[in-house]
Design a protein around this ligand. Structure first.
Ligand code: C5P
Length: 235
């Protein structure tokens, strides 16, 4: 990109999916590859930003796009708790925060120190789960003047109207400045190279609609961040 509309802007991006351990060898995870978050980090850096990328279990091959650049600092994390600690540490120094990571809503209440063995139990185990904190809501509460916070909503929906409605409800719950809503299902969204996103502003207005490569989607989301940063500066 030849644009330099993020020069000197500090951007925090989260990518990938958290893994919540069950025992030393097993976890509860999700299908997020981290591709959209990495595309956001790369695009932001190309537009001049200084980027911190919190990468939750992102494969090295996906990270390769940013791992050699000195304008992107990659911090690997595993669990939601690790992601939260890293995000809380980095957010005060960020002008824009983009929470693209898929965070587990629940973690295992008591993680076993040793491998759970079938031989040792006569019935299938029942895992007790406890709720993880909503990292995004915490960041919104701690937001400093002028900071722009972007959330993601990956939803399964019957049609475009239901998707938008779910997005608007999530927007109200999270209190973010921008929400990128995308449809996910068994065959789209997560591992694929393509994505389709609608970006809502804080009033629920759709300010961008974009389908294409994750890089193209990233550029469109960053366009809305640039607009929000400019609006915040005018206030
Ligand atoms: O509620 P839902 O998980 O759909 O919200 C998605 C958005 O909230 C994403 O931006 C995700 O990174 C963030 N999130 C979070 N902490 C959680 C769950 C989701 O920050 N525990």
């Amino acid at each position: 990109s030849s644009r330099h509309d993020l020069d000197e802007v500090r951007v925090l991006v989260t990518a990938g999916g958290t893994r919540e351990p069950i025992d030393p060898v097993r976890f509860i995870g999700n299908r997020s590859s981290g591709k959209q978050g990495v595309a956001l980090a790369a695009a932001a850096a190309d537009r001049g930003a200084k980027v911190v990328l919190l990468a939750a279990n992102v494969e090295a091959a996906v990270l390769a796009d940013v791992s050699e650049r000195d304008d992107v600092r990659v911090v690997p994390v595993g669990t939601a708790a690790e992601l939260e600690a890293a995000a809380q540490g980095a957010a005060p120094g960020a002008d824009a925060v983009i929470m693209a990571a898929a965070v587990a809503d629940y973690r295992v209440a008591e993680v076993s120190d040793s491998k759970l063995r079938k031989e040792d139990s006569d019935a299938p185990p029942v895992l007790e789960l406890v709720e993880n904190p909503d990292i995004l809501v915490g960041l919104v509460r701690a937001r400093h003047d002028g900071q722009v916070i972007v959330g993601f909503a990956a939803e399964t929906a019957e049609d475009a109207d239901e998707l938008l409605e779910r997005g608007r409800r999530k927007l109200a719950r999270k209190g973010v400045d921008l929400l990128a809503v995308n449809a996910v299902g068994w065959v789209q969204g997560f591992e694929s190279a393509e994505n389709a996103v609608q970006v809502l502003d804080a009033d629920g207005r759709m300010v961008r609609e974009i389908g294409g490569s994750k890089r193209e989607v990233a550029e469109a989301i960053l366009d809305t961040v640039v607009d929000e940063l400019a609006a915040a500066r005018r206030e």
